[in-house]
Design a protein around this ligand. Structure first.
Ligand SMILES: Nc1nc2c(c(=O)[nH]1)N[C@H]1C(S)=C(S)[C@@H](COP(=O)(O)OP(=O)(O)OC[C@H]3O[C@@H](n4cnc5c(=O)[nH]c(N)nc54)[C@H](O)[C@@H]3O)O[C@H]1N2
Ligand SMILES: Nc1nc2c(c(=O)[nH]1)N[C@H]1C(S)=C(S)[C@@H](COP(=O)(O)OP(=O)(O)OC[C@H]3O[C@@H](n4cnc5c(=O)[nH]c(N)nc54)[C@H](O)[C@@H]3O)O[C@H]1N2
Ligand code: SF4
Ligand SMILES: [Mo]
Length: 885
């Protein structure tokens, strides 16, 4: 018998509905929920691979105190006692929580309640500071509330979709698929992508603007001026429903076209084309993500965009509006409960004494934080200099994801008391915990999340909690009770927490606050279990509206929206020779610090080591060839080593390095060790995409590739990267040969015993070394080293693990690192769902498949989640070019 559970994907902010099935043998499989309004049955590669990430490998199974197993009572008593004593001695601001947009709303609600209402400090900030803070600030300045006006349907209904600093194809793949499908059915629809590099998303665009890093404010200011000059202003809307238009226009009008071209790095022709498209299309949606938010001018970028929508009255109507794409599955829910240092709860303002009084009365709390707390960067500074003496980190990995990551690591190491709630024991952050609290994760925990279009959905459990893991809300409420607040934290279920959260949203809310889900204030457990996805607002009385602001009603006291006059940042001084802008972000198949996606061999096969995208001309100037190791360094001497990936899609003068690799998965490759903690002055969000670095080819005496059924125990190399593979692990290595030689290291670190047969080959003159380990006829490890980057097909080598290699020819082929006749090299994985490689696709093109659909028919590639369709398209185009040459 198969048991099915409707739940929500735990990755990105699209918030797709998932049906998880579990059969008699306990095997889990997942598919998209056809009834969920976010995805209507679709899933991307990460969502489709969820079942592969549910193993107990590395899971935290019981509480630990100073690395020793402890029982829950002892651990919780210790946390409560240390927090209480620190507060008694040094005041409420000497403690802090650092949380995550991946917590469920119920977890988040109780943590915020404990810190702001009962401890009485605002020191609760989250990784949303690194993610959404500039959008929040921009919304609050313009609308008087943190409101996302539109819905996903607007992207499908629009005639023009502008994507600013968003790699939608990789980061919000199902929304991208909805957009691609809408464009396919209505080709007149236009798409503009504004991003310094050409991404997979750009392949769908009619116009790609390779904007200079941080040229966005200038571009949208230019657009506002153009809209005014060409009489496109909606005077009625602007006059009735907004203030500040003339100031914003004045601020925007200071640039000539030549200045604009300089500030944006774009040609006048491209700029005009974009302006014309925007001006002449009524139904426009402008989506923005981290290319906008993660910048020292992030809030201004948001307001520059919103200004153009307000000026044309294109907001809150079908197919129109500014649209902030939220990153994490519950970034929105976190904002609703007020889980940021400068927010209160239920979209109330911490600066407003009436709001504070109201929340305190509702909570019947002894106090309420009187002012905003420390924002992420300041918070870790305060940890570093000893002002914060007890820190609780929940569901985030700041040693990897915060700017100036080594400083953050040192700060945590020096903090007198650190609690970490995580699912895994060995993350770069969890390793530093004094008290580690094991958390239940996706599939085990229960609660709600809110996606980018304000839709609240349930995450439901379908697996038992492993070991003694318990949900995060329970960690918090137990500590709250032990700190003396038994009544306020006496919740027996997420349903009870959700009901209180809903009641607070409606409490003395006469429509003055956008966030109102009062219809659920009396929800009981059964109703909560049966809750179907819904969009807020949902007041107890009155209609639920689908979009905000079409009626011209905003949330500033005068009911009007504000234009915010913004100035482009000063043009950066000319980069010194050899200095590059370091742009950072995401890859298609990994999620952040890989604690979950790293468990899936399929997802790890797409891009299996940290890399750096460089324009070929920049690379040539630095004598860097494709696949060389490069050293990326900042002026403080921090550096990482990553693989060079030469591509013309990268703009000159800038390089791109993904954020995913950690000290668990590669070394040295934590890119945030290079990123300075410069922040947006309004939102406090760090500029994670515009660091200054130098670049150099890094010579090593050897490069090597290893596939092994077991994980090696020690890696004494200058550079290494490890990824999960089918039947084992795959590693890239570089540096010097270990003192005892490769063979000794190979046998010792893989724990090889006498049953193992070793096959070796060494060509000292050529610098080649190959070692195979076989148990019987099965290959358990193969090592390939040479002086230059190893030219062995990775996927082919991985496929040889644990397969039979009985005869001598088969072995000699592995030693040679080459597939034999009849065995073909698949190439790097493109389609993760069906494990189809680039070389297979290229061969299919050679056989006559000239469209993504034809490739799909022949190889199935691209027919499940569709995340790889832009890459398949690119391979077809590249082969066509080759054929034409
Ligand atoms: N596969 C995958 N998907 C994810 C995640 C993941 O880890 N993996 N994480 C989720 C989360 S939390 C988030 S926040 C989102 C992020 O989603 P996105 O914001 O789409 O992703 P990023 O890769 O961080 O950055 C987007 C783009 O901004 C561009 N950019 C850099 N500087 C500028 C600039 O000055 N101006 C403009 N216009 N663009 C610029 C970069 O080149 C990059 O292509 O993704 C979510 N989805
Ligand atoms: N250079 C650079 N840095 C960046 C970014 C960038 O673009 N460039 N992006 C920034 C952005 S937008 C974001 S959102 C952050 C993301 O960065 P992080 O939040 O640090 O990354 P994650 O890997 O998502 O960390 C989540 C942690 O929570 C654990 N976990 C998962 N589920 C649960 C649960 O239910 N309960 C508990 N207690 N733990 C759980 C996981 O094992 C993992 O350790 O990175 C930021 N840093
Ligand atoms: S788009 Fe992919 S990662 Fe995002 S919620 Fe949907 S299935 Fe999950
Ligand atoms: Mo994010």
């Amino acid at each position: 018998m198969t048991c099915e559970t409707r739940t929500t994907c735990p990755y990105c902010g699209v918030g797709c509905g998932v049906i998880a099935s579990i059969d008699d043998t306990g095997t889990v499989s997942v598919r998209g929920d056809p009834e969920h309004p976010a995805n209507f049955g679709r899933l991307c590669s990460k969502g489709s691979a969820l079942a592969e990430t549910l193993d107990e490998d590395g899971r935290a199974l019981f509480p630990e105190i100073y690395g020793q197993r402890a029982n829950w009572d002892t651990a919780l008593d210790l946390v409560a006692d240390r927090f209480s004593r620190t507060i008694a001695e040094h005041g409420p601001d000497s403690v802090a929580f650092y949380l995550s947009g991946q917590l469920l709303t119920e977890d988040y609600y109780v943590a915020n309640k404990l810190m702001k209402g009962f401890i009485g400090s605002g020191n609760i900030d989250t990784n949303s500071r690194l993610c959404m803070a500039s959008s929040v600030a921009g919304h609050r300045r313009a609308f008087g509330a943190d409101t996302v006006p539109g819905t996903y349907e607007d992207l499908e209904l629009a005639d023009l979709v502008v994507l600013v600093g968003s790699n939608l194809a990789w980061c919000h793949p199902v929304l991208y698929q909805r957009l691609a499908a809408a464009k396919a059915s209505r080709p007149a629809m236009k798409i503009v992508v504004i991003d310094p590099r050409r991404t997979a998303t750009s392949d769908l665009a009619d116009l790609h603007l390779s904007v200079r890093p941080d040229g966005d404010v200038a571009l949208f200011n230019g657009l506002l001026t153009h809209l005014a000059d060409t009489d496109r202003i909606d005077q009625g809307f602007v006059g009735r429903h907004t203030t500040g238009f003339s100031d914003a226009l004045l601020a925007a009008s200071r640039m000539s076209m030549a200045d604009l071209a300089e500030a944006t790095g774009l040609s006048g022709m491209l700029i005009r084309q974009f302006f014309w498209l925007f001006a002449s299309t009524e139904r426009v949606v402008t989506c923005y993500s981290q290319g906008v938010n993660q910048s020292a001018s992030g809030s201004d970028k948001v307001n520059a965009i919103i200004n153009c929508h307000l000026a044309t009255g294109r907001i809150g109507r079908q197919g129109m509006g500014p649209f902030s794409l939220t990153g994490q599955p519950n970034a929105m829910g976190g904002r609703e409960v007020g889980g940021l240092a400068n927010m209160l709860a239920a979209h109330m303002a911490i600066e407003d004494p009436q709001h504070r009084e109201r929340v305190q009365r509702f909570w019947a709390s002894p106090q309420i934080a009187g002012r905003p707390g420390l924002k992420a960067v300041d918070l870790f500074d305060a940890v570093a200099d000893g002002r914060v003496k007890a820190l609780w980190i929940m569901s985030t990995n700041p040693v990897v994801s915060m700017p100036d990551a080594d400083k953050v690591k040192k700060a945590i190491e020096a903090c007198p008391f650190v609690v970490v709630s995580d699912m895994q024991t060995n993350t770069d952050t969890a390793r530093l915990a004094h008290v580690l609290l094991p958390a239940t994760g996706w599939g085990e925990k229960s609660g709600t999340v809110t996606n980018s279009e304000r839709r609240i959905s349930r995450q439901r459990p379908f697996l038992a909690a492993p070991g003694e893991a318990r949900p995060d809300w329970w960690h918090v409420t137990e500590v709250g009770k032990r700190m003396g607040f038994a009544n306020a934290f006496d919740f027996d279920s997420p349903a009870a927490i959700f009901a209180e959260h809903a009641a607070l949203s409606a409490f003395e809310n006469d429509g003055a606050r956008d966030f109102d889900i009062g219809a659920f204030a009396a929800i009981n457990r059964d109703q909560y279990e049966a809750l179907v996805p819904f969009q807020w607002p949902r007041p107890l009385a009155g209609a639920a509206k689908e979009r905000f602001f079409a009626d011209g009603q905003f949330y500033h006291p005068d009911g009007k929206a504000r234009f915010v006059p913004v100035q482009p940042p000063l043009l950066p001084v000319e980069l010194a020779h050899g200095t590059f802008v370091l742009n950072t972000g995401r890859v298609r198949d990994h999620w952040h610090t890989m604690t979950r996606t790293g468990k899936s061999a399929r997802l790890s096969a797409h891009l299996a080591e940290p890399f750096c995208e460089i324009h070929p001309l920049d690379a040539a100037m630095h004598r860097i060839r494709d696949a060389d190791l490069v050293k990326v360094a900042n002026d403080e001497g921090h550096f990482i080593l990553v693989r060079a990936l030469l591509t013309e899609r990268q703009a000159r003068g800038s390089i791109f390095v993904p954020m995913h690799w950690t000290d668990e998965t590669a070394f040295p490759a934590r890119v945030d060790t290079l990123v300075k903690p410069d922040v947006d002055p309004v939102s406090g969000q760090p500029a994670l995409k515009q660091s200054r670095v130098s670049l150099a080819r890094h010579a090593t005496t050897f490069h090597a590739f290893l596939v092994a059924a077991e994980k090696p125990t020690h890696l004494p190399f200058e550079y290494w990267a490890i990824a999960k593979a089918e039947n084992g692990y795959r590693l890239e290595l570089a540096g010097d040969e270990p003192e005892d030689g490769f063979e000794t290291w190979f046998s010792q670190s893989l724990g090889l015993d006498e049953d193992i047969e070793i096959v070796r080959y060494r060509d000292v003159a050529a610098g080649d070394c190959r070692i195979l380990a076989l148990r019987g006829s099965r290959l358990v490890a193969a090592f390939f080293a040479s002086r230059s980057p190893v030219a062995v097909s990775r996927q082919w080598a991985v496929d040889q693990l644990l397969t039979d290699h009985a005869d001598a020819t088969a072995r000699s082929r592995i030693v040679a690192g080459r597939p034999g006749a009849g065995q073909r090299d698949k190439g790097a994985t493109v389609c993760a769902c069906f494990s189809v490689g680039a070389k297979e696709i290229a061969r299919a093109v050679g056989q006559g498949c000239r469209s993504v659909e034809a490739i799909g028919q022949l190889l199935s590639a691209g027919t499940n989640c569709g995340s790889c369709r832009p890459e398949i398209r690119r391979i077809i185009d590249a082969q066509a070019l080759l054929a034409a040459e």
